[in-house]
Design a protein around this ligand. Sequence first.
Ligand SMILES: Cc1cc2nc3c(=O)[nH]c(=O)nc-3n(C[C@H](O)[C@H](O)[C@H](O)COP(=O)(O)O)c2cc1C
Length: 344
Amino acid sequence: MSETNLLNKTTKNHDVNSNSKTYNLNRFSVAPMLDWTDRHCRYFFRQLSKNTLLYTEMVTTGAIIHGKGDYLKYSEEEHPVSLQLGGSDPQALAQCAKLAQERGYDEINLNVGCPSDRVQNGRFGACLMGEAQLVADCVKAMRDVVDIPVTVKTRIGIDELDSYAFLCDFIEKVSANNNCDTFIIHARKAWLSGLSPKENREVPPLDYPRVYQLKRDFPHLTMAINGGIKSLEEAKEHLKHMDGVMVGREAYQNPSILAHVDHELFDNQLAIADSVSAVRAMYPYIEKELLQGTYLGHVTRHMLGIFQGIPGARQWRRHLSENAHKQGADLSVLENALKFVTEK
Ligand SMILES: Cc1cc2nc3c(=O)[nH]c(=O)nc-3n(C[C@H](O)[C@H](O)[C@H](O)COP(=O)(O)O)c2cc1C
C-alpha cells in the first residue's frame, strides 16, 4: 500500500493509521464551525495534514431531509471526515446517519454544545444536555442503522446544571449499554440565555481539570478535549490526560499549525507541508470549482490566515480580499498574492 493510502486509511473501529502505527481517529481534529469548516475549507486543511480528523459544519436533519441543496456534498480527498448533525428526533437522525454512511463519511457526530436561540427553538444543541435519555435514544437510533462511529460533542454543563455530578450523570446515561463510546468535551459550560454563541465561547471559564477528571472516571470511553487550545505544545500536554484534542478557532485563523500535526502528533517524520505548497496544491481543485461556477473567494476566504506571522501576510490577505470576489477572478489572483510572501 502506498504511503498516501496508508495515511488516509481509516477503519471502522475508530482508528487512523500513520507510519505503521495505529492511532484513534479523534486524536487530533479540527472542530465543526458553522460558516467556516465548509467543504472548501476542509479541502484546504487536508493539504496541510493527512491525519487530522475534519468536522463538517453542523448540518440539521431538517436541511438534509427537506432542503433543496446537497448538504452532504464533500470531496473524497477530505477523508477522514466526520459529519456533525444537529437534531433531536431519533428517527430523523437515523435517516440522516444512514445517508451519511452511504456517502462515505467516516464518523457521525451529534451536536450537544451549540447554545444559539435558533438551535434551542429546534430543541437541539446544548439544551440537550438537560435531556440525557433523549440523547441516548438519538445515539442508539443512529447506531442501530450504521457501523461507522457515532460520537457526541458536548459541554461540561448548561445554566445552573453545572456540577460535576450532573456531567457524570449525562455521560453515564449516554454511554450506558455501550451506546456511545466517544465524547468530545468543550471544557466550558454554556449559558442558554443572556449570552450570544460567540460570548458562550469566551465568557464561561475553561475548566480543563474537570475534563481530565471525567476521563479518569470513565477510562473505558474515548474522550477528546476542546476549547481554547492554541498550539501543538498545548495539544501534547492535553494528550497526557486525554485521548484526543479538538482545535477550532486557532486552526481556522492560523492554519499553518496543521502542517505540523502529522509529524508532531502522529509520528510521521516525512510530513511537514509548507504553506506555499499547500496553497498551490489547491490549484487543480480550484480550477475544477471555478468551472462549476464557484467564486474564487468562496475558497480563498479560508486561506487568508495561512501566512500569519510571516512578512507579507497582511498584503496576501488584502490582495485576496480585494480581488478574489471579482467576476472572473482566477488562479492568477492567488499567484499574485503569493508574491507578497515569497518575494523578499
Ligand atoms: C464560527 C464558529 C462556528 C461554530 N459552529 C459550531 C458548530 O456548527 N457545531 C459545534 O459543535 N460547535 C461549533 N462551534 C464551536 C467549536 O466547535 C468549538 O467548540 C469552540 O470554538 C471552542 O473551541 P476553540 O476554542 O478551539 O475554538 C463554532 C465555533 C465558531 C468559532
